[in-house]
Design a protein around this ligand. Structure first.
Ligand code: CFM
Ligand code: HCA
Length: 540
């Protein structure tokens, strides 16, 4: 067993905490747990980062503007704030887009901002915001404009919702809505996801009742088309004869959102960022939701089967089996070539709120083990699983959740599946409410670390020397200077898609190249050059 050559996990945990002042060590100890899949320990998550620790986290504005609304192509995303907030969020996420026609609207490449100056911070920026909305409207005549608040907006009290309403009424044919997603709200991107979900549900979902046909109609939630992942999933759904009504929000349009309540099932890829939408759509329109995972060939097959089972249609189930049988041989051929070179290698994943779990599957398919993993901003259910924490409630990050749960016309929107039908499906082996978190899938003794600090990652790498470390751009070059390759699981570096069967094959090849390149051995890690090491001590 490869992991035997390491000190036991409690010693490693002690090492990670040793340098911290006692109060910090006490807090961090709750976020570093030694996994036991049989008896899942409780992990501290979704709490405020300790000031002074270098976190990987981002802000609420990033979660709202960048993550959830960013990949929608025909909404003008206008940032109300100083230019830096726009500039540093401009095309930094690799969400791909493919407009329906060359003339099709696509505002993704633009950077819309009110360019707030000191004058607006002092005297108020609402007038400037109205001008910016008018200007965007005159230039592009978009179907919709979203307004995103940055920190100063909340501090000076500009009312983006009132401005949105006023301009919506004035312009008449443009849906305008605001997001109070000031960066400081909540403790991470996670609060921004929630705010985005609420406002899109309130102002957009349900506006277009058109039935566009299709026998098996689903929405794909929490899939943002990074590196073209959604295109690969769409290819598979298409092949199976499953109709995608809306995608939240990879390569999406505002009309998809408006029409999304006509679907029969919501399937969720990234539960962390979009569960609120799923819950609200179930309450208001009777659309059940179910967790899927298209990362990994086996998981993709399982997800397609789950969708087919939900519809209880023999033809669909047979078609899904055919598609899997068609796709798998190419995957198996690549695995058998690469496996001997990757087997037994060790990975560590510290990413976001879902990928640090999902990508463990892909590594497992290559015979690689994940020694340690954690989310930046996941919640306890993302770690411990829905089985362990049943009936998790939507967090009350935002106050208006009850008001959003107004019930739609019961004649038009009946539950797509009654409680009895769902119970029957469950008895037959499809529990649509079931999903695993990270920890039930990880080995006993693995270290699960929430909101890992920069110091902790360096120490972990020094102690474990993994064959690959997965994180983001802020970590990439620091880690590589230690002689360990870093795979960005946010942007996929320049690669992808990694979803579905084609994606899995792309991933295997990229990882093979990275972990087997000899270049890493030529780098001298800081701990190998004792001379240059400067011992630092924390102030207590
Ligand atoms: Fe969901 Fe995402 Fe992720 Fe996320 Fe993100 Fe992202 Fe991520 Mo970066 S929505 S939680 S807030 S899967 S942007 S596409 S890669 S941290 S693991
Ligand atoms: C965000 C976006 C991000 C950042 C990625 C990174 C992304 O959190 O605001 O740190 O490399 O996926 O683009 O998560």
């Amino acid at each position: 067993e490869s992991r035997n050559k390491y000190p036991d996990p409690s010693t490693i945990k002690e090492e990670l905490l040793k340098k911290y002042p006692p109060k910090v060590a006490k807090k961090r100890a709750k976020a570093i747990v030694i996994n036991d899949p049989e008896e899942i320990p409780q992990v501290q998550a979704n709490t405020r980062t300790i000031p002074g620790i270098i976190t990987q986290r981002g802000c609420s504005y990033a979660g709202c503007k960048g993550v959830v609304l960013g990949p929608t192509r025909d909404i003008v995303n206008l940032v109300h704030g100083p230019i830096g907030c726009s500039f540093y969020a401009w095309l930094t996420r690799r969400n791909q887009t493919r407009p329906d026609s060359p003339e099709g609207e696509n505002y993704m490449t633009y950077c819309f901002s009110t360019d707030m100056q000191e004058e607006h911070v002092v005297f108020g920026g609402e007038k400037k915001l109205k001008q910016a909305i008018q200007e965007a409207y005159d230039l592009f005549h978009p179907k919709a404009i979203g307004i995103f608040s940055t920190c100063p907006v909340g501090l000076i009290g500009d009312d983006v919702h009132a401005v949105s309403k006023e301009m919506r009424e004035k312009l008449g044919d443009c849906n305008i809505f605001g997001f109070s997603c000031e960066g400081y709200k909540g403790v991470s991107q996670s609060a921004g996801h929630h705010i985005a979900n609420n406002q899109v549900f309130k102002h957009v979902v349900g506006l277009d009742d058109t039935d566009n046909g299709g026998k098996f109609k689903i929405n794909m939630l929490g899939e943002y088309n990074i590196g073209g992942d959604a295109f690969e999933i769409e290819r598979l759904l298409d092949k199976c004869g499953i109709t995608l009504v809306a995608s939240f929000s990879g390569n999406s349009t505002i009309n998809q959102f408006e029409n999304s309540h006509t679907a029969d099932l919501n399937v969720i890829m990234c539960h962390r960022s979009i569960n609120y939408m799923a819950e609200m759509m179930e309450t208001k329109y009777g659309i059940p939701w179910m967790k899927v995972n298209f990362i990994g060939a086996e998981s993709s097959a399982k997800s397609l089967r789950r969708i087919a089972r939900y519809f209880e249609d023999d033809e669909l189930m047979a078609r899904v089996e055919e598609v899997i049988a068609e796709e798998m041989p190419a995957v198996d051929a690549i695995i058998s070539d690469i496996y001997p070179r990757t087997k037994g290698k060790l990975a560590m994943l510290f990413v976001g709120g879902s990928r640090a779990h999902h990508y463990q599957e892909l590594f497992a398919e290559l015979g690689m083990e994940t020694l340690s993993a954690g989310y930046e901003f996941g919640h306890r259910d993302d770690y411990e699983g829905r089985k362990v924490i049943p009936n998790i409630k939507i967090d009350a990050d935002t106050k208006n959740i009850e008001e959003l749960k107004v019930t739609a016309d019961p004649d038009k929107f009946k539950p797509r599946r009654t409680e009895e039908e769902l119970a029957k499906l469950k008895a037959e082996g499809l529990d649509i409410r079931e999903y695993e978190g990270m920890m039930p899938d990880m080995k006993s003794g693995s270290l699960v670390i929430d909101d890992i600090s920069h110091y902790e990652s360096e120490k972990l790498i020094e102690l474990y020397k993994p064959d690959i470390f997965c994180a983001g751009i802020k970590e990439k070059y620091v880690v590589q200077k230690m002689g360990v390759p870093l795979k960005q699981l946010h942007s996929y570096d320049y690669g992808g898609p990694y979803a579905g069967f084609t994606g899995a094959m792309n991933f295997y090849k990229d990882i093979d190249r990275m972990v087997n390149s000899r270049v890493w051995k030529l780098i001298q890690a800081p701990w190998e050059d004792v001379q240059s090491e400067l011992e630092a001590t924390y102030v207590t």
